[in-house]
Design a protein around this ligand. Structure first.
Ligand code: 13P
Ligand code: SF4
Length: 311
């Protein structure tokens, strides 16, 4: 069986497999650690194995390589990109920074290594509020590249001086308020778990403050936050507004609870490029190594380390 062959190779070559919560079930089943971007970056910073095989999209494997300059980091498909990380170029960022020379630049982990060389802080959906709150109130912030996460953070932190890049993830931008309200209207007593990258996060929060969802719990969370909430909540039924790959682990860990996707179409084709077959090939051939020039890697490490050292 492919799974047994993968496990044998992992042992023989001293490889650890890290996988994102959106990965295909067949990939999650061979992973040593599954999590959101923060958990995986934290874990990658402590790995003892010789090789890290990263099952996720390219910026995630790149982050693991930046914090492990002496280790071999592999990704089973180099084409596994991210529409959000493609939504800002280095020239656009440099021009933006020139217009706000005193601003602190906070960038989502969904950015390329080159973009990270220009950041003061990196953040993820789990810690963006803490990172923004740690910056003095009188300093301007440039937040990039996700406009929906940015607007949500600005609203929660009450920052008036936060400038937000107009980037988006095509998967989360496609989950509409209408998809969610329809589901919630059909399913009384269900809890809503919503990722802050969704285009409807802020509208939902407005509806919530107007009392529209009074009979539903609503939680805005990272993918790992959703895993934890599902385990600890007393609710039995959840509407899940994020990429559908998360449903596999939610259902596996909570067999007595029901999870309904807000939109069945919310599928990230980049995450799905990684298959068990490609994982096997990647282990066999030790390909594709994530290579970053030392100059870029050294500069990109700073905002990541700043993020990882924050509580
Ligand atoms: P998480 O850090 O919440 O897992 O999000 C990463 C991502 O790419 C969401 O689309
Ligand atoms: Fe990027 Fe969106 Fe895919 Fe996440 S779901 S990896 S943000 S394209």
């Amino acid at each position: 069986m492919l799974q047994d062959e993968i496990n044998k190779l992992k042992k023989k070559k001293d490889v650890i497999i890290l996988a994102h919560n959106y990965q295909l079930p067949e990939v999650q089943d061979v992973a040593d650690m599954i999590g959101d971007s923060l958990k995986l970056a934290q874990y990658a910073s402590r790995v003892k194995n010789k090789i890290i095989l990263f099952c996720g999209v390219h910026f995630m494997a790149e982050t693991a390589a930046i914090i492990n300059p002496k280790k071999k980091v592999l990704i089973p498909d180099l084409e596994a990109g991210c529409s959000l990380s493609n939504s800002i170029t280095i020239d656009e960022l440099k021009t933006w920074k020139k217009k706000h020379p005193d601003a602190i630049t906070v960038g989502y982990i969904n950015t390329t290594a080159e973009i990270k060389t220009e950041l003061d802080y990196c953040c993820t959906s789990s810690n963006a509020i803490n990172i923004v709150n740690s910056i003095p109130k009188d300093r301007e912030i440039l937040f990039l590249p996700d406009m929906f996460l940015g607007s949500y953070i600005a609203r929660l932190t009450h920052r008036q001086n936060m400038f937000i890049w107009a980037g988006e993830c095509h998967v989360h931008a496609g989950i509409r308020s209408k998809d969610i309200s329809q589901k919630l209207n059909q399913l009384s007593n269900s809890e809503l778990l919503i990722h802050p990258e969704c285009s409807c996060t802020t509208p939902i929060l407005y509806d919530l403050s107007a009392g529209d969802y009074d009979d539903h719990e609503v939680k805005v969370l990272s993918t790992e936050g959703m895993m934890n909430r599902a385990k600890n909540s007393t609710s039995k039924q959840f509407v899940v507004a994020t990429e559908t790959g998360i449903l596999y682990k939610l259902r596996k860990q909570n067999p007595n609870k029901t999870f309904i996707p807000a939109s069945k179409n919310a599928e990230c084709q980049y995450m799905k490029m990684i298959t068990a077959e490609k994982v096997y090939k990647s282990l066999m051939e030790e390909e594709y190594e994530v290579k970053i020039s030392p100059d870029i890697s050294n500069k990109a490490r700073l905002p990541i380390i700043r993020m990882l050292s924050m509580k």
